[in-house]
Design a protein around this ligand. Structure first.
Ligand code: GLU
Length: 367
């Protein structure tokens, strides 16, 4: 069974209700400090940790004295602008005593819908993890408008988990798992310990958008579970308001695990393999050998480039003997033609700007 203890790369989603006291609009500082201790303990055993945190709007509206039940879009965007600074600072302060550096990452839906931007955010998050930081991710609510937003951080967290190839995603929520009926209205509702497959029956149990307890509701949690498990990432839903929620989860607190069949790398390769190529990159025999050893595709080994493609697009990779596989390119077709056969060190001189050393990175390739 999936377990937090075995996680290699963990994403934790933290909802506003856990972080911000509803009545006062103030940050729950003790809770956050306890969470930071859990994160430090998990990082200390070599697990990468990314936090997807809500709370910018809740903190900002208190700061601005914006009351009322619902805010107009511009009001919540203004609130987010004020609250996000406070939110980031709160994480920075909570993590610093453990020698951990917080890194703020604000994204919009376009950062995952657009392949080029997707690869960019992936590269940045990867670098932040390599540097040992704890990325704190939120939607860039100040610029996200209704048509182009994740809207809820369950969805965002699942997307981030897929982007970074996480193997475990924990949704810290105000419910302790997934039930076969709404536990608030039905005393006989039963919580699942494990869901191995999200069947139509399971989907029907999630009810409507509004039936969950938090902003996302159970339906969006289930969608998040689908996205995550489909990409090889197990997902847990657990109640997060008590102190040390991650430690509690490890010690067997009530929760529901949605298990994943593949691991994230295999799932990602399957995703790339299913894409329709927009062009072809042909490499020489030396490069074929290098690719066989799991290396990235460098411009030096490229002999021909055909088709029209942009950065992040899928291309066929071929050797002298024919097609070898597929990959997502980091350069446009025109750029690839300009740098083919040349050393990576020459890229800047040829294109007039520094680029990435590889034309197709090994993580973005199926051979
Ligand atoms: N991004 C929003 C915020 O930080 C919250 C979205 C959500 O709670 O799902 O306030």
């Amino acid at each position: 069974m999936a377990a937090l203890k075995d996680a290699r790369r963990l994403v934790v989603k933290i909802g506003s209700a856990l972080l911000v006291d509803k009545a006062s609009g103030q940050l729950r500082g003790d809770w956050l400090r306890a969470l930071a201790q859990d994160v430090a303990a998990i990082k200390a055993r070599g697990t990468d940790v990314i936090l997807v945190s809500s709370g910018s709007i809740a903190l900002g509206r208190a700061g601005l004295g914006l009351g009322g039940d619902t805010l107009a879009l511009e009001q919540s965007q203004a609130a987010a602008a004020v609250g996000q600074i406070r939110l980031a600072r709160a994480y920075e302060d909570a993590l610093a005593p453990h020698g951990l550096i917080a890194a703020q990452v604000l994204v919009t839906l376009e950062d995952s819908a657009n392949r080029r931007r997707y690869l960019n955010s992936r590269a940045t998050l990867e670098q932040l993890l390599r540097l040992g930081t704890v990325p704190i991710v939120n939607e860039n609510d100040t610029v996200a408008t209704d048509e182009i937003r994740f809207g809820d951080n369950d969805r965002l967290a699942a997307q981030i988990a897929v982007t970074v190839g996480a193997d475990v995603l924990v949704l810290l929520s105000d419910v302790d798992g997934f039930y076969d009926a709404d536990p608030r209205v039905n005393n006989a509702a039963k919580r699942f310990d494990i869901v191995e497959r999200i069947t139509p029956e399971i989907q029907a149990m999630a009810g409507d958008e509004g039936s969950g307890l938090s902003k996302g509701g159970m339906k969006t949690k289930l969608m998040a579970a689908k996205t995550a498990t489909g990409a090889g990432c197990a997902l847990a839903i657990t109640e997060g308001s008590a102190m040390h929620p991650l430690q509690a989860l490890e010690n067997g607190a009530p929760c529901t695990w949605f298990t994943a069949t593949d691991d994230p790398q295999i799932a990602r390769k399957r995703w790339i393999a299913a894409m329709k190529p927009k062009g072809e990159i042909v490499v020489d025999a030396g490069a074929v050998r290098a690719l066989g050893q799991g290396k990235s595709l460098l411009p030096a080994g490229v002999t021909a480039v055909t088709g029209r493609f942009g950065r992040g697009d899928p291309v066929t990779i071929s050797g002298p003997g024919g097609a070898l596989g597929k990959g997502l390119t980091r350069y446009t077709a025109d750029e690839a033609r300009a740098i083919k056969g040349r050393r990576s060190g020459d890229i800047e001189a040829i294109l007039g700007y520094p680029g990435r050393a590889a034309l197709v990175h090994r993580d973005d390739m199926v051979i």
